[in-house]
Design a protein around this ligand. Sequence first.
Ligand code: SF4
Length: 511
Amino acid sequence: MRRLRVGILDLVGNRPTPGLWNRLMKPNFASIMPQVVAVWSEQLGHDVTFVCVTGTEDVARELPSELDVLFIAAFTNAAQRAAAISRQYRADGTVTVIGGPHARCYPQDAARYFDYVLGFTDKALLSEVLRECAQHRPLGVILSARKQPPQLPGVRERWKFIEPTIAKAPAVKIVPMIGSLGCPYTCSFCIDSEVDYQPLACDQIQEDLRFLLRTVKRPRVGWHDPNFGIRFEETMAAIEEVVPPGAIDFAAESSLSILSEPHLVRLRKNGFKAILPGIESWYGMGGKSKTGAAIGRAKVDQVSEHVNRIQRYIPYVQTNFVLGLDSDEGEEPFQLTKLFVEKTPGAFPAYSLFSAFGQAAPLNLELQRAARVLPFPFHFLDNNQAMNVRPKNYSWSSLYDRIIDLRRHSFSPRAIARRFAANEGWLTRSLNFVRAVSTEGFGRVHHDTTIRRLLDSDRAVRRFFESETLAVPAYYAERVERDLGPLWEWLPAGALDHDPNAYLKSAAAAV
Ligand code: SF4
């Protein structure tokens, strides 16, 4: 195989973000797969330049001027940034490849702007792409392995790509690790519900942890498992065998059903400092919350007690909610979440707006069939800047009124002060304070208030929300232009638009 000059970009976000929280934490949100592709490309004999774009990096300066192939990993909100970069490099003859969540959710659209679109990617598929390394234009080829790879390069092999990435974080540096792929739960909106649960080898986990203990003074590890601790005994035994209690701090996303008191005792003993359980809704998801048939107020009481118990063992707890789900109706779900915030003052409430990411989940087929998916530019699809599913039980105005009210309640000076008082340790307190007063708390209140105002004052916005037109309102187009900066000129024609029903059409064509 010809020795190729390979560039790899991990786009963390859709623009340089000025907020304090982003400046402090963004490098810690780097993905694992771009690092994996970098390792595999080197193993296949190629020259690799890897850049994790977390802020104001000048991509053109950081990558070599001549590349044979450029891989870009992106979530959907960075799709337009990725398409503009791809066009720039394709103009010089570079072959471009997109992978990551956007490629999996919107392959048909991504094929308009990249030579290759990769779904599940293993080393054999990567090798195939690098061996061919050909231009596919105007439409790229969509490729996918049958399933996720059985094993991934560990931290030691990825270290040369991890180290410069976390060096960009000024204070808290978190090393990304993974112990399992997919999830056995079937939350209908979740991309991981469609991926078979697959634990990775414990030997690899142990080798990674030993390496970190040798290499980093006081390591912090963020587990990227969609749902950490499904095989709790096995995973914890593997950690306990190699990490002296408290020598590494860990953070993980996990279900309430896993976080029983005996498990919490063990997690604390082993240095778990942050846990992010998903609650999602007061009217469903009882299995993963371990609340069985309890719904509404009864579920709030149970979950609040549970989360307060978790916080006696683990200092940092973030509770995840999805707003605007079809199971929600009227004022009550929002009042219940406010009640939860009152009863559980130490937990940081993270809100997502119900969104349908292309073909991420089977539920999206139903939503597309019902013509409920709106073609918001990808740039805004991050679960917060836009909700691309027309709500079933709310008008847009009434939903936004309630979301704003809930956010204001959750990030009021009183709630912030109560959170501060209920938290222990400077790190938990300062992270929660910064999150509340920057992009995530105050910033989202400001954004939602703007959208709510536009719904009343901007006819183009109102008509777009009500599906009376597919034309992207000027407000959104101008935001993309501002955020992309000089890259705006490279945005391919038509790239602000996408077909919101592409999944439905491709499913129908496949029958
Ligand atoms: S438990 Fe979490 S990771 Fe698993 S399917 Fe549900 S939302 Fe996805």
